[in-house]
Design a protein around this ligand. Sequence first.
Ligand code: SAH
Ligand code: SF4
Ligand code: F3S
Length: 441
Amino acid sequence: MADRTVYIETYGCQMNFADSEVVSSILSKAGYRLAPNAGEADFILINTCAIRDNAEQRIRKRVRELKAQQSRRPQLRIGILGCMAERLQSQLMVEEENVSFVAGPDSYRKLPAILDEVARGQKAAATELSTTETYADIEPVRLGANGISAYISIMRGCQNYCSYCVVPYTRGRERSRDPETIVAEATKLYESGYKEVTLLGQNVNSYNANGFTFAQLMAKVAAVSPQLRVRFATSHPKDLGDDLIQTMASHPNICRCIHLPVQSGSNRVLKLMNRHYTVEWYLDRIAAIRRAMPDCSITTDVIAGFCSETEEDHQLTLDLFRQVGYDYAYMFKYSMRPGTYAERHLSDDVPDDVKTRRLEEIIALQGQIALENNRREVGKEFEVLVEGPSHRSPAQHFGRNSQNKVLVFDRRDTQPGQYVQVRVTDCTAATLKGELIETNH
Ligand code: SAH
Ligand code: SF4
Ligand code: F3S
């Protein structure tokens, strides 16, 4: 067992990235070394996503690619973690015969025992879901390690059962982590130099720890230090209450940015999606956010071509995009997921070329909107948390403002982790360019 090494590759959402940090912690404690790259590892663990078929296909391709390494290094073992492991369970080891084990999102404490078994040449599967596991006592190994920004997982699971979505089946019942452990983690991060934390859950608005709400939790985390930026993802529009909006508005270090996935602009489609809100409700929430925080950035997720979506429904989505004026959107083509309500009871009847065309129309419109929004920022000043050198030039730094927009500027003596004041001078749809005005602290 001495000096066995593991390498973890992560796909999917921020929750998966946070989970990989928990897995790294569990395995380091058990004596494993984290290998710097896949080529040096005895175990390659792939933390997977099942949200759309193309996410799964990409992972299968990667698993098959690894066969070449396995024939050169026969001791190499491959394991699948995460949502695809949970969805397909041991069937995945039959379909991909070079996989030695599968472990679902609630089974990570078993990994040291599983790896022992696998090293002895056995296969293993652990896919039981839990109603209580939150990994609250495990201090994640920060893999994203820029030392500035970190994720904190505050709840697990989801039971909203949006009709298209596989997550309730891959992540199980919703459960909230004890607030004290969350505040303690944020405090520790701040004390070790971090400047930003993002609180994560599939629907953070339904966080509830024995009556302690998400808004109350945000206030507590924001109180760790005015120098610590606090972000969160994701908010479900049906549960976005005025209490959270008020808490955000009264704490300048809670970032002015809300990700509020809308999915469709048609009430008929929203109902079929089981989203539990209407376009009118959604727009009322947007209005409430803008009343309390006129400078708040709003971003979204949308699905093109859901079951029975008509041209008229699609136009309503485009109208909604124009009305809200999102700063950013994650835009997807509907992908039917086995086992979901939509797969069992609705028909995936929008032809693929129509889905593609509708998605392209949304993407084109969103590109224009983002550019117009950014043009309105030209001339304004923002506090920016410096993250590092820009991709284009080492003479430039980049960072984000409270609205989560990327700003690029000539660096002078700025350092990553510093807050600086930047005036916007120019923009593209994706980036603001600016000039440094002052270094704050
Ligand atoms: N819990 C978050 C979203 C998690 S999944 C929420 O409810 O907002 C991220 C996004 O993937 C969803 O918002 C949705 O837009 C998209 N998505 C989920 N299932 C999908 C599917 N079957 N096909 C296409 N997109 C999907
Ligand atoms: Fe999926 Fe809906 Fe839960 Fe989000 S809220 S994870 S879209 S079921
Ligand atoms: Fe994918 Fe699972 Fe996240 S399906 S989006 S990794 S919760």
